[in-house]
Design a protein around this ligand. Sequence first.
Ligand code: XMP
Length: 511
Amino acid sequence: TVVVLDFGSQYTQLILRRVRELGFYAELLPYDEPWENVQKLSPSAFILSGGPASVYDENSPKIPSYVFESNLPVLGICYGLQALVHQLGGRVEKSPHREFGPAQLEVVKHIGIFEGVPNKFTVWMSHSDRVEILPDGFEVIARSENSPYAAIRSLDNKYYGVQFHPEVVHTQHGKDILRNFLTVVAKLSPNWLMKNLAEELINELRKKIDGKVILGLSGGVDSSVVAMLLHKAVPDKLIPIFVDTGLLRKNEGQEVVKQFENLGIKIYCVDASDRFFKALEGIEDPEEKRKIIGHTFIDVFYEEAMKLKQQHGDIQYLAQGTLYPDVIESKVAERKAGAKIKTHHNVGGLPEKLPFKIIEPLRYLFKDEVRALGKELGLPESIIYRHPFPGPGLAVRIIGAVTREAVSILQEADAIFIEELKKWDLYNKVWQAFAVLLPVKTVGVMGDYRTYENVIALRAVTSEDGMTADWAKLPHEFLNHVAKRIVNEVRGVNRVVYDITSKPPATIEWE
Ligand code: XMP
């Protein structure tokens, strides 16, 4: 395992993703993780992430001594480099020029991490401290205008450090540099393949599961992949539960059931829509809606699980589609209660109060890995590439109070938007696209009549991970066509607008 120690950089997860994309298994741990936990992973190399601290601050995070004692190859990135230098006897100081953004790197020695890269290329910098004096036994291998020691290595070839961020896409040859560190310096060979992973996960589940297992299946890619894994591992023990909240996209319930039937998986469906609409009656505040939906979902799920337990007796496990970012996020949240922008994952995180052992086969994977795994397992593309859908569903896409009527207007408009995106071959080019129903009425004219009806806002964004997003530059003819269809076909709507804000400062959803 390539162990990435996190010193708090916003790019740390990217390091991990790049390493895994290159075919090496990597895990992310806080910089002060005790050795006994690291040891369990059989570490093969360390990567030290960047971070916001300065090494000369009194309480700055330190590289743990086991990193040095382990004798394993180490790559320090940004703060990781500075900490290496500082702890090995060199000097780091505040730089006269802070360096943020692109910089020209000049490689002075094509060795180790720089094998096969050009002499000059653009890298991404983000730092205000810089190395001034190297520790003994180190040499410089690249420089930039503001960083005379932009990349260094120890002469015994064990330690490498870069001031720039090879993990971000703006750094040219960033992937080559990381690959070189893993293959040339650490002498590892890629071993992280989806095919092996699928087999491994299935075997593990088969070994572990000796009673029935329930799964909240939403039809999204995560829970669907979990369903497939369990279906392949323990076909007669899996009981997938699909809760229809009434807040799903048009016809979604039927489609999910059909798709899984085609895969030989029978779903246990619960229509709980009345309950959700009742609980949401008159509620306008988004966070309030999320809470209510979260609680209602848990209640419904719990009751159904109990009923099933009576029928099937030995239900012992609850499977969930938790992903690695959620795991990291909750670890971080445990450490410092971060600012809450929206209460996410209220549906994903079923409570501990359920009397089942939790199974999370995807807890070490990123979304793109889950998609690749889904493909390997034979899930149809329509599931693998389905846009993310929030747990609270259409309730957070209806601004203000949620009613059945509002949901059905929104479903119709949304279905037209999605259908056309697919027809125009745009669906897979955006991260997420949907319609939002606004509680304002505006005046229109249709035929000879004045109308006074609702507004639909269309939202489509491009994104890597949903954390930041840009509004999608959909063709005007396309938007024109969709707007026309919505106004003509959806009763109660006489105006369509397109949302052109990015995240930040807006969020992807409207509530
Ligand atoms: P925002 O609106 O925060 O959305 O930019 C980022 C991503 O998260 C999804 N989202 C949610 N998912 N429960 C969920 O399970 C929620 O309450 C929730 N709110 C937003 C959103 O669809 C986007 O993919």
